[in-house]
Design a protein around this ligand. Structure first.
Ligand code: PRT
Ligand code: ZN
Length: 295
């Protein structure tokens, strides 16, 4: 019987959301005591809990067939092994969490305004491969100082003139009086697979998992919207619903001029949408989450 191994981060920024996504996709695991290997009970997919940095290598070596990891780590490790990350090790599907950007940043008062100013300067980073690719693509030669942590303090310590580091809110940069100069890479967590071909059963299992994950992701963005609306405003009101196809229209007992309208909205529904619906004559507007979807 075919079983697949799926690697996720044991603890850290991606751990919780990776597991939650798999559980929402219908995977349940028997959690073993040592907590490094969890047996899949609902699908023949077992979990390996590891450091995120190890996930690309486990996939490229074929130890695990599937993995959830940030694009930043996947691309860095693929380049390290001489693979073109953009074509040779692309995610099966982007997962929409763990979003961050790898940024070139320099001290606020620095003369470094762009890649062209980096020639002969020292750049501190934990991502030497992505930094090298960025510099090469711009024909700039600079020294890369590899640091595995505390990259943001390198300039004030006199260890580098600029840095290439991950940024999400930008608080860390600001706290260290650094300013963004350029974007090196946009990243989010993705589902990755081993590059080698697998048995037809294994490939079918991967397809099943992907379809479910896509369903969960779609359901996250999808809302079921219900309201009462004037019968003569149906076209106008339908046009105000974000990403909705033909709504269901139901009669309301005892009110000939108004109807109940139900619609599936495949884009985010904001307060502004509801306010516009109300202004157009809708009332009793309800927005409900959608748990599962199979289009
Ligand atoms: O132990 P293990 O090796 O598994 O984990 P780790 O410590 O290497 O990684 P972890 O858990 O910190 O991050 C895992 C992944 O989360 C990263 O590889 C990215 O894909 C993603 N991610 C998303 C981030 C951030 N956002 C982020 N902000 N990873 C790191 N950061 C850092 C950033 O560099 C800065 O130092 O968090 C700090 C705060 O950022 P600001 O901009 O909000 O101040
Ligand atoms: Zn790590």
């Amino acid at each position: 019987m075919t079983r697949l191994k799926l690697a996720i981060q044991k603890s850290g920024r991606l751990a919780e959301e990776s597991l939650a996504l798999l559980e929402r996709s219908g995977l349940k695991f028997a959690k073993s005591k040592d907590k490094l290997f969890w047996f899949g009970e609902t699908l023949p997919i077992d979990l390996m809990l590891v450091r995120d940095d190890d996930i690309p290598r486990l996939l490229l070596a074929g130890v695990c067939q599937l993995g959830i990891v940030g694009g930043n780590v996947a691309e860095e490790k693929a380049l390290e092994q001489g693979l073109d990350a953009r074509t040779g090790f692309a995610p099966l599907v982007g997962l929409g969490f763990g979003r961050c950007r790898l940024m070139l940043a320099a001290p606020e008062q620095s003369a470094i305004q762009g890649a062209q100013d980096l020639t002969g300067q020292r750049l501190a980073t934990s991502y030497p491969q992505l930094t090298r690719r960025y510099l090469n693509e711009r024909g700039v030669s600079a020294d890369i100082v590899v640091l595995n942590g505390a990259v943001e303090i390198a300039p004030s310590m006199g260890a580098a003139e600029a840095i290439v580091d991950l940024v999400s809110t930008g608080t860390t940069l600001r706290a260290n009086h650094l300013a963004v100069v350029d974007e090196v890479l946009v990243s989010e967590a993705g589902l990755y697979r081993c590059p080698n071909a697998l048995s037809p059963e294994a490939e079918a299992l991967i397809d099943t998992l992907m379809t479910r994950i896509e369903g969960v992701r779609q359901a996250n963005e999808t809302k079921y919207v219900m309201m009462h609306a004037p019968k003569n405003k149906l076209t106008e009101i339908t046009a105000l619903l974000p990403g909705a196809e033909a709504p269901t229209v139901l009669t309301l007992e005892g009110s000939p001029d108004r109807v109940a309208l139900h619609a599936v909205c495949t884009e985010q529904v904001f307060w502004e949408h509801l306010e516009r619906l109300k202004a157009a004559g809708a009332s009793a507007i309800l927005v409900l989450p959608v748990e599962k979807m199979l289009a």
